[in-house]
Design a protein around this ligand. Structure first.
Ligand code: ATP
Ligand code: MG
Length: 137
């Protein structure tokens, strides 16, 4: 069954949005198959976002992701990669539709509270980066 990697970033955790975000995925019908709370190192954050290493915001993004606890999760279900991104909404919360997580709960792109894998390859790579095999249900 299809799986994706979802992370609640430090701003989402600090703002008390863990249960709100989890319940949106649960109510849709997706299944939580792994979850943990971690403070990633900056090197780990750079690995996670390696595709963006040439962007001007890369350093700030990795500093932020490694600054405080992150809730790392794996969600399972038919179409969960694409539909998970739909639940999350556009990268820039100013452009996310109301009804999406970022559209309802965030304002600026650098504090958009949640990450979701953008395709089958990244989903696989990110799940393997963040979780050991024995941590997955
Ligand atoms: P994520 O990978 O976090 O799920 P995304 O796939 O919607 O987000 P990406 O293009 O992968 O968007 O960007 C990764 C993250 O980098 C964004 O979630 C956002 O926090 C940050 N980011 C993207 N564009 C900008 C920008 N112009 N300025 C500052 N931060 C940005
Ligand atoms: Mg992305």
């Amino acid at each position: 069954m299809e799986r994706t990697f979802i992370a609640i970033k430090p701003d989402g955790v600090q703002r008390g949005l863990i249960s709100e975000i989890i319940s949106r995925f649960e109510r849709k019908g997706f299944k939580l198959v792994a979850i943990k709370i971690v403070v990633p190192s900056k090197e780990f954050a750079q690995k996670h976002y390696h595709d963006l290493k040439d962007r001007p915001f890369f350093n700030g993004l990795c500093e932020f992701l490694s600054s405080a606890p992150v809730v790392a999760m794996v969600w399972e279900g038919e179409g969960v990669i694409k539909y998970g991104r739909k639940l999350i909404g556009a990268t820039d919360p100013q452009k996310s539709e109301p009804g999406t997580i970022r559209g309802d709960l965030a304002v600026v792109v650098g504090r958009n509270i949640i990450h979701g894998s953008d395709g089958p390859e990244t989903a696989k790579d990110e799940i393997n980066l963040w979780f050991k095999r024995e941590e997955l249900m």
